[in-house]
Structure formats: C-alpha cells, structure tokens
Design a protein around this ligand. Structure first.
Ligand code: SAH
Ligand code: SF4
Ligand code: F3S
Length: 488
C-alpha cells in the first residue's frame, strides 16, 4: 500500500548498484541506495537468527506525526521488517510530541519499559524521533541517562531514516542526527498507509506564526509548502490505490502556497484537488482564523467533496489574552468570521481548540471564553490546560496561573463545552447522511462504524465488506457524541 506500488519500489531497488557510491545529486535515489543497504543488514541478521525481524512504531501527538510514522513504516517494510502492534519487537521507534509537558513525560515513562525489553532481546534497537528530539535539553538528557537508545533523529531529516539506520548497523554507538531547520522537501519515498481508503497528505511543513505559548515553530521549523503538482500527483496515486478520502495537513493550511515560486492560495489548491476523479471526500487541518479567506469560504460552500467540517482553533475568547498569545485576531473578529462561515455554509460543523490558564488570564478573561463558547456553540472542542514550554515567550511571562485556579476553570469550561456539544450533535437525528465505513464496530460484530462528512461517528448494521465504501445512512438515535443508524 505504497503510493508507489510494490513492483515499482522493487524495480527501483533492483536498478541500484551497491558497489557504487550512493547518488550525490538525487536525494531520493540516495535514500533508496540506503534502503537496499539496510535490507542487506536486516536479511543477514534474519538468516542468523532464523526468523524475520520485527518493528513497532508508536506515534504521539498530531496528524503530522501520524503521517510521518506512515513514512517510517513504509521504509521499514521495504527494508524487510515485519510490523508488530506492540513493543515486543526487534526495532521500536517512538515518534514523539512535545506540544504539552504531559506528552513529553509519557515518553520518558515508557522508555524505562523499553529498556527492560531490550535487556531480554539482544537484537533489539530503540529509535526516537519527532518533535521532542528537536529540543536540545531532551537530547542532552537522553545522552546522559538513556544510553541504551540506538538512534535519535528529528523532524527535518526523517527522509534519511534508512541512511541513519545503516550508520547504526555499521557502528556500535548511539547515532544522533538533529537538524535545526531545513528548506528541503524530499518527494517519492515509500509510505505505508494505516487505512486503505483514507490518507493524510502533507501540503506544507513547519509554522511561521509563533503563537507565544507554542513550541511547534521551534521544533518543526519555518513554513515550507509543497509544490501543487507534487500534491496532486500524490493524491492521484492514492486514489488509484483505493483512497476515497484525504486529509490535507499543515499547521496553518490557510497560508499554503504563499512562499512558492509561483504562489497559489489554499483555495486554488482545493479547486484543483476537487477535480481529481474518484476522490470522494476532502478534509483539511488546521485553519488559523487570521488567514481564513472569503475565497476559501466560497470554495467550501460550492464544493461537492470538501467535508462539512471546519476546525477553527480559537484558543481564548478574551481579546487581551489573544493579543498576548500573538494570535492576530480579537474575540469580535472571530465571532464575525464564524457568522460569515455559517451564513455561507449553514450546516457546517465547527470545532475548536481552547487553552485555559494562559499567563495573566483573569476570571474576566475566562468568562469571555465561556461567553464565546455560548455564542459559537461548537460541535466539539478540545480543551487544554496551558503547559509552559521552555523557550517560548509565554514561558517567561509573569503571572503564571496557580494550578487550582486553572483546574476550576478547566472543569467549568469542559462541562459547558460537552453539554453544548451533545446538543449540537443531536441536531441530525432523523436525517439521512452519507457515511464512510471505517471499521468493524469494536463492541458488536454485527455492526460497522463510519464517519459522516461533519466528522461524527455512526454505528450501524453491516459487515467487513463495507469498509472503505460510502453509504446513505438514516440516523435513528443520538447517543451523545455518536449515532446509531441503519442503511437508508
Ligand atoms: N497549528 C495548529 C495547532 C497545533 S497544536 C493551530 O494553530 O491550530 C494543537 C493545539 O495544542 C493548539 O491548537 C493549542 O490549543 C494546543 N497547545 C499548543 N501549545 C500549547 C501549550 N503550550 N499549552 C497548552 N496547549 C497548547
Ligand atoms: Fe503553534 Fe500557532 Fe503555529 Fe498552530 S499556528 S502550530 S498554535 S504557533
Ligand atoms: Fe506534537 Fe509536533 Fe504535532 S509537538 S502536536 S507532534 S507538530
């Protein structure tokens, strides 16, 4: 399930001569050279121990990381590893997240467990990559206290995975390769999709917004857009391989294309993607309110494929806090934007992210957030307790809010957000909606689970042959955040 077929990948590898040095000009071909080389190492170990080597990739964090992990798995499979779904494998990779402190702590916690597994398996290797690795203090700590880790790399050089692995096979030391930033985008490497019928597609990397609480611009680097031609070609290949739904990924998709040699807007890109035959659904994440254009609203309103869902993180309802967050919009501007969107696309499902307890947040600021939530009535909202990230401007701000105050506000917000979400979700009861079946129901094997255009889940009678197909489903009963239905 690669973008390139197994046959295409094999024929690329067949034409590589390992007795010659890897290509110096073509980065993609250079990496295929290392993939072939790594395959030699893996197959010789396999022969020695009389079984296939296994791998396991654990992903923390957002959709970007999930997509990166698919790239890692694509390379690992081509090298000859067999994927396992738990950590009792010969090669375990943690693709880490550092957006909040608790994501960070979970990784350290689980490393101890990995160490105990490694003591029992002499062939075991441990790799760490992703956003956490872009932080100097993390790598220092690993070097000092976690010597059993084999391979450490960051977010910018993930395409070099095979090359780094070969370096590890050829030395007995911990291999560390972290880049501060990059302007490079390497295309056409293998990737293994988690779902046969839907896929994430990166349209841009990095972020230039520097919201004052956020670590992402520091660990993902400056904004870089992929060429529209590469994006369209990738989606066409995915569709040819059975994909019907894509999720366009970027930290701020609304600023897509601004820095390309031939600038194009996100709305224009969507128009092009819409034309791809066989593609049924288009989603995207994330939209920054400050850059959401009228052109985009128009394209969404007219589109037959763009899903009826917009994730529009607000972060706070207080204009004073929004300014301190460096978000570049006020409460009123956000509310006006929501009104404009709802006018053009009345039934759209709106979701958001909200941070509670940003430095200096007063009870009044918090009540502004509560008020905004009442006014917008989100279909759902992710609520986060502010987490102090070293190196961000907000971490140095005075007036960090005491934990008990934050907790109290968080509970009040969550309670309100969930009640509204229940009410909003129920508004589709009795209607017929198009549903993409994603999997068998985990609790009842006579049922399947699918997703509506607005992102809500529906369970209804069906079987495994329906996975990946679209059905008209009548929504009979709303159970809070999901529906029970039957084929219409
Ligand atoms: N690029 C996306 C979101 C990336 S991070 C955007 O701008 O919307 C996902 C969410 O994590 C953010 O929307 C924010 O709500 C939350 N987040 C980021 N940094 C945080 C921090 N330091 N503490 C708490 N939540 C944070
Ligand atoms: Fe972080 Fe802001 Fe960039 Fe989103 S837009 S990734 S919140 S800096
Ligand atoms: Fe986490 Fe990195 Fe995503 S910090 S939220 S995995 S961009």
């Amino acid at each position: 399930m690669n973008n390139l077929t197994k046959e295409q990948l094999e024929s690329i590898l067949e034409n590589i001569d390992l007795s010659k040095a890897p290509s110096a000009e073509d980065e993609t071909m250079r990496q295929y050279w290392y993939i072939k080389k790594a395959r030699e190492y893996v197959s010789s170990i396999s022969e020695k121990i009389g079984r296939k080597l296994t791998c396991n990739t654990v992903t923390f964090g957002c959709q970007m990381n999930a997509r990166d992990s698919e790239k890692l798995v694509g390379i690992l499979e081509l090298i000859g590893y067999e994927e396992l779904d738990d950590e009792h494998a010969d090669f375990v990779i943690y693709n880490t997240c550092t957006v909040r402190e608790n994501a960070n702590q979970r990784v350290y916690g689980r490393l101890g467990f990995l160490h105990s597994l490694k003591k029992k398996n002499p062939h075991m290797m441990i790799g760490l990559c992703g956003c956490m690795m872009q932080e100097t203090h993390v790598v220092e700590k690993l070097k000092k206290s976690y010597r059993f880790v084999d391979l450490i790399f960051g977010t910018h050089n993930i395409y070099k995975f095979a090359e780094l692995l070969v370096t590890r096979f050829e030395s007995n030391r911990m291999v560390i390769d972290i880049w501060k930033d990059t302007d490079k985008i390497v295309e056409n490497l293998p990737s293994e999709r988690k779902f046969s019928f839907k896929s994430g597609v990166n349209i841009m990397f990095g972020c230039n917004n520097f919201c004052s609480y956020c670590i992402v611009p520091y660990v993902r680097g400056r904004e870089r857009s992929r060429n529209p031609i590469d994006i369209i070609r990738e989606i066409e290949q995915l569709v040819a391989d059975g994909v019907v739904e894509i999720m366009l990924l970027g930290q701020n998709v609304n600023s897509y294309g601004k820095n390309l040699d031939n600038p194009i807007t996100f709305a224009q890109l969507l128009r092009e993607i819409e034309k791809i035959e066989g593609l049924k659904r288009i989603r995207f994440m994330t939209s920054h309110p400050k850059d959401l254009s009228d052109e985009l609203i128009e394209v969404m309103a007219k589109s037959k494929k763009i899903c009826s869902h917009l994730h529009l993180p607000v972060q706070s309802g207080s204009s004073a806090i929004l300014e301190k967050m460096n978000r570049h919009y006020t409460k009123e501007q956000y509310l006006n934007l929501v009104e404009k969107i709802r006018k053009a696309i009345p039934d759209i499902s709106l979701t958001t992210d909200i941070i509670v307890g940003f430095p200096g947040e007063t009870e009044e600021d918090f009540l502004d957030t509560m008020d905004l939530v009442e006014k917008v009535r989100y279909d759902s909202a992710f609520t986060f307790i502010y987490s102090r990230r070293t190196g961000t401007p907000a971490a140095a701000m005075e007036e960090q809010i005491p934990e008990d105050v934050i907790k109290d506000r968080f509970d009040r917000l969550l309670d309100r957000v969930q009640k509204i979400s229940r009410e909003m979700s129920a508004r589709y009861t009795g209607t017929v909606q198009q549903v993409l079946v994603e999997e068998m129901n985990t609790q009842d094997e006579s049922m399947v689970t699918g997703r509506m255009s607005n992102n809500l889940l529906v369970h209804f009678p069906g079987d495994a042959s329906m996975i990946g197909n679209l059905y008209q489903v009548s929504l009979e009963e709303c159970k809070g955040f999901y529906y029970i239905g039957k084929i219409a």
